[in-house]
Design a protein around this ligand. Structure first.
Ligand SMILES: NC(=O)c1ccc[n+]([C@@H]2O[C@H](COP(=O)([O-])OP(=O)(O)OC[C@H]3O[C@@H](n4cnc5c(N)ncnc54)[C@H](O)[C@@H]3O)[C@@H](O)[C@H]2O)c1
Length: 290
């Protein structure tokens, strides 16, 4: 598939990432289909797109007709065939579970013409293993967008073991067309960003557990000492402690390296349901701020 041939992108999954990716694709001028498993999830995806853009309209940063045009290019559906019809590329952003992704990729392989490129937004799973559920492993690639997708500039383009040079080049070109900056990464646990960032957050939990400093002071030290916009605990609470623990478990399991052992304190908080902002409490308390 050549980038110039792309007119429609099918986005599968209308959650935080899928809706954001659909918005990015629409804003780049592509026709977009956004598929989820139930109409209410598709509707929630549209709300995720509409609400922040409506605020931009209120603030005079966007016109109502621009907002209407972004939404008009996105067609919601629960029908996979319908979503894929006429699309040259599919971007998957469904649950981070290998069995679920493999099942979807098998279904996609059956309904999409053979030259359609499949990209997965997985943040930790093996693209090689996802691709092996299809008969087009050379045309399957990782495109790891960051949250929130409309704002964050980076896309890690992940090469599975069978991903072809042409597919990698296509994915990098597509990321640029979407206004993003691609970085090519060979498949490896955590890719680049999570391999560096999540162990740093994990180590912050060890510091806290050892009583070396308070949570507030650890965040303050990293913000003022390294110019990070958010401290490690603010970031962990924002992205979800359970997500951080999942990444540490993947790094630990896949490499067998003890340096990736999840912090016992991180594990304890997750077991207590302290998942961060989304559960009202993580390292910090968000009661009343939701
Ligand atoms: N949240 C993040 O910060 C982040 C960042 C980068 C990558 N990711 C990755 O993006 C993917 C999605 O994450 P998310 O945070 O948007 O999850 P989410 O839970 O917000 O959304 C997932 C959506 O997928 C839908 N879904 C499940 N099975 C489906 C199927 N077969 N067809 C269509 N839709 C289906 C669910 O109904 C749900 O709406 C995961 O692979 C995750 O690892 C997440």
């Amino acid at each position: 598939m050549q980038l110039e041939q792309v007119s429609k992108v099918a986005v599968i999954g209308a959650g935080s990432m899928g809706a954001g990716i659909a918005q990015v694709c629409s804003q780049a001028g592509f026709q977009v289909s956004m598929r989820d498993v139930e109409p209410r999830f598709v509707e929630a995806g549209f709300r995720r797109i509409r609400d922040p853009l409506a605020k931009r309209v209120e603030r005079g940063k966007m016109t109502q007709s621009e907002l209407d045009a972004v939404l008009a290019r996105i067609k919601g559906t629960v029908d996979l065939k319908d979503a894929v019809r006429g699309a040259q590329v599919v971007i998957e952003a469904i649950f981070e579970k290998m069995e679920v992704k493999r099942e979807l990729f098998g279904e996609l392989d059956a309904v999409a013409p053979p030259d359609v490129v499949f990209a997965s937004n997985t943040s930790s799973l093996s693209v090689t293993e996802i691709a092996s559920a299809t008969k087009r492993a050379d045309r399957v690639v990782g495109m790891h967008f960051f949250n929130p997708a409309p704002v964050m500039k980076l896309v890690e383009v992940i090469r599975g073991s069978e991903t072809s040079d042409a597919t990698t080049a296509f994915a990098k070109g597509l990321a640029i067309r979407l206004g993003k900056e691609p970085v090519e990464v060979k498949e490896s646990p955590g890719f680049v960003v999570n391999r560096l960032l999540v162990p740093m957050m994990n180590e912050a939990f060890n510091l806290l557990m050892e009583g070396v400093a308070t949570a507030g002071d650890i965040d303050k030290a990293m913000k003022l000492g390294t110019n990070m916009p958010m401290g490690p605990f603010e970031l962990a609470d924002y992205t979800g402690l359970d997500i951080g623990l999942d990444v540490m478990e993947v790094l630990h399991r896949e490499t067998g390296d003890p340096k990736f052992r999840p912090s016992p304190l991180l594990r304890k908080y997750v077991r207590a349901g302290r998942l961060g902002r989304k559960s009202g409490r993580g390292v910090y308390d968000y009661a009343g701020t939701a």
